[in-house]
Design a protein around this ligand. Sequence first.
Ligand code: PMT
Length: 392
Amino acid sequence: MLSQIESETPPPNLAALAEDHYFSANPPPKDLEKHTALAREFINYHSAAGRRLVLVTSGGTTVPLEKNTVRFIDNFSAGTRGATSAEYFLEAGYAVLFLHRQFSLLPFSRHYSHATDCFLDFLREGPNGSVVARDEDAAKMLHVLRKYRDARDRNMLLLLPFVNISDYLHELRSVAQLMQPLGPRGLLYLAAAVSDFFVPPDRMSEHKIQSTDAADAFKKGSSSATPQPPAVEDEETFDNFDSSPKVPRSKRLVIDLDPVPKFLKNLVEGWSPQGMIVSFKLETDPAILVHKAKYSLDRYQHHLVIGNLLATRKWEVVFVSPGNPDRWIRVPFRKAGAEGDGKAVEVEKDEPLDPKSLPEGEPEVEIESLIIPAVQDLHSKYIQTVEARNRS
Ligand code: PMT
């Protein structure tokens, strides 16, 4: 009898359980409601117009070590991929909801922020105390300004910031769920570099982690608030697992991180079941990039993984999608030390480039100018397929 009941009980949906657990244990960001209201209005406006809308996630996520956060773990992402992609999506006619790490690069202003030149270097004093662009920068600045103003004036760009991993996941879930009315015209382009590990709230220190025991006596209510030196100084034995530098364990900060649950499955199956989902895969080892991208596609059953390597991410990416051969997309470049007329050429090769073969500095062409039309093409095919399926 018991076994019959067991066999009739549906297996627990592990992805849903992990979701419930994570979102109830990790509080939402204080602006979630405000952001959700803005996103709803933006999405409904474009949905009613029958427009394509892309959610671009961008930048890194922080991992706080304290609830009153003084210290956090971060990653390298400046948001270049996301901010640049957003501009090319706008160019292609998409409305763009730009979910980005606060203070990372933004579409359009990226041309003048985080640069080696200070923003003020692009300006000079004009007649009657006015401020104007320097002559040599004016044409480009006007071009960028017009595009920015056009995007804002036509309500084509909504910027929503997040800071830490939990903020990001709460915002992603809410926005993805709101995108459902768009059906297949919704595109999720997940370029953010999301932390894989975090400190769960039940293990997180409330206040700043102390580097000495100077506050201990005070906190225990000792009559003497003056910190006393330890009776025996650092007489701890070393276990030699890490003998250099020889710092006693009591003075080390050992951080114990849990894995961040992977929510791509929830995204594909529950939050945004009709939208096209594009994820990125970043690696540093060229030997495993394509394998990891395929693994991710196989595991989450979404629509496209764009693989990139840290060292060459501005020069090449690889598209891995179901039913299609892997496709490398590269910016044309002049090969280091190459003979001939020195013209930029597109290298055709089914494996990662050797970073040493690349010229120094930044590519002349932004690779996102090639990535976005290729994504748009796949998105068009996706919309046709889903609409045909929905009709039949
Ligand atoms: O900002 P830049 O300096 O220009 O750098 C751009 C980039 C290299 C960060 C970008 O191109 C990129 O590769 N981003 C993804 C990095 C990555 O490997 O992510 P991941 O393997 O941790 O996650 C896979 C995908 O799932 C990503 O699309 C990620 O955004 C998404 N994800 C992951 C975990 C999680 N909990 N939620 C997610 O949405």
